[in-house]
Design a protein around this ligand. Structure first.
Ligand SMILES: CC(C)(COP(=O)(O)OP(=O)(O)OC[C@H]1O[C@@H](n2cnc3c(N)ncnc32)[C@H](O)[C@@H]1OP(=O)(O)O)[C@@H](O)C(=O)NCCC(=O)NCCS
Length: 175
């Protein structure tokens, strides 16, 4: 399927909260990609995802190509300043695609959308602070989108199956 026509990425609204939580919960409970508490509550998760300084987006896809009303959420991402004050011109972002919707280009479409939104909002660069080194899908995608590994945090993530693994800081200019 041509994902560019099948996926619509838009700002999140209140009605998206349940679907966002379902995706968030499944990913965080797995515990292998984000350093969130796997037991994190719905309230805490949504407070983080909809923080005041945060732009929150969703990717929706047609359930059946012929039924426009059948759209459902398959991914979500956030875009925010990585630091406050004198560091606020560098963006940070985080991405989540529903496990059953992976490998269809939704992560890539959200990544490209995010870079475009970050430029529109005037950010000079984007930084990912905590990319788990075993997350090969994400690392390959971020490299394809122009990010470089600029630092390695040795053993900074306790992987549920692999034990202590390295974490990468990834960065790309938007200028
Ligand atoms: C990382 C993530 C956002 C990618 O989303 P996605 O929709 O699956 O990615 P895409 O379909 O756009 O594919 C991106 C690349 O990964 C590859 N890929 C996707 N799923 C894969 C899989 N299960 N195994 C191997 N490669 C895979 C794709 O082939 C593509 O690479 P290619 O174009 O060179 O072939 C998604 O896997 C995810 O939400 N993971 C859990 C949370 C996470 O890790 N977030 C990022 C933290 S830094």
């Amino acid at each position: 399927m041509d994902v560019s026509t099948a996926v619509n990425i838009r700002p999140a609204v209140e009605e998206d909260r349940d679907a966002i939580w379902n995706i968030f919960h499944e990913i965080v409970a797995a515990g292998d990609t984000y350093a969130f508490d796997p037991q994190m509550s719905r309230e805490d998760a949504l407070a983080y995802w909809f923080r005041a300084d945060t732009h929150t987006y969703v990717a929706e896809q047609l359930r059946h190509a012929s039924r426009a009303e059948g759209r459902h959420l398959v991914g979500t991402y956030i875009l925010r300043p990585n630091q406050s004050g004198a560091g606020s011109h560098v963006a940070n972002a985080a991405f989540m695609v529903a496990p059953n919707a992976r490998g269809r280009g939704i992560g890539r479409a959200m990544g490209e959308h995010c870079l475009s939104e970050a430029r529109r909002l005037g950010f000079h660069a984007m930084q990912f602070n905590f990319v788990v080194s075993t997350n090969e899908t994400a690392i390959r995608l971020w490299k394809q989108l122009g990010f470089e590994i600029v630092g390695t945090l040795p053993g900074a993530f306790r992987h549920p199956q692999k034990g202590y693994v390295d974490v990468y800081v990834m960065f790309r200019s938007l200028l």
